[in-house]
Design a protein around this ligand. Sequence first.
Ligand SMILES: [Zn+2]
Length: 229
Amino acid sequence: MMITQLIFKRVAPHLRCGRWALVQTHLKQLMRTNSDLSEFRELFSMAKHIAIITGAGVSAESGVPTFRQAGGQWRTWKTQDLATPECFSRNPSRVWEFYHYRRELALNACPSAAHRAIAECEARLSKQGRSVVVITQNIDELHHQAGSKHVLEVHGNLFKTRCVSCGDVESNHKSPICPSLEGKGSPDPDVKDAPIPVKNLPRCDEKGCDGLLRPDVIWFGDFGLSHPY
Ligand SMILES: [Zn+2]
């Protein structure tokens, strides 16, 4: 339900009625009745506004771990144990190690064949006056890297930070994001936490703020966030 609401909130202004609604209805009928790709191709060729929804699988092809499959852990924790406001409040150093690891992985990953095909689809159809929007749960920017222009990141972005004090959101592609995380974040279960003091974790650059930064991604239970830092 939460994901559905987010998708509608972020996507609704970008979609138009008419042809989109028509195709969506036809697709529902098509999915109910058969799996004939030729019918899909026919409907696709008629569509003027196309939404492509992607998830972790498309980035797994690029070597970005999903953390949701069997054995998908960082050290001894699952994502659900790390990606929460409560965990960040209790142990921001551990959570930043986890996200530093993910940022570095994503920075060194290349778009997969699927990312590239979607970007090529958008480029080709835009010349015909048709629009393509990518709605993704992925936070790794690989759709952007592949060349997609219209990307809605419903779970946020690894390369944006949000200040827990003033709320300022900034793009940030530094590697490492701060000196104290250099060489940290190994997923090896035998590696112990590096208890980095909060003052040495990423901090806000806004004048007079210096608040703690967090990744600007959606966490489990991430509504009505308030933070003591
Ligand atoms: Zn701030």
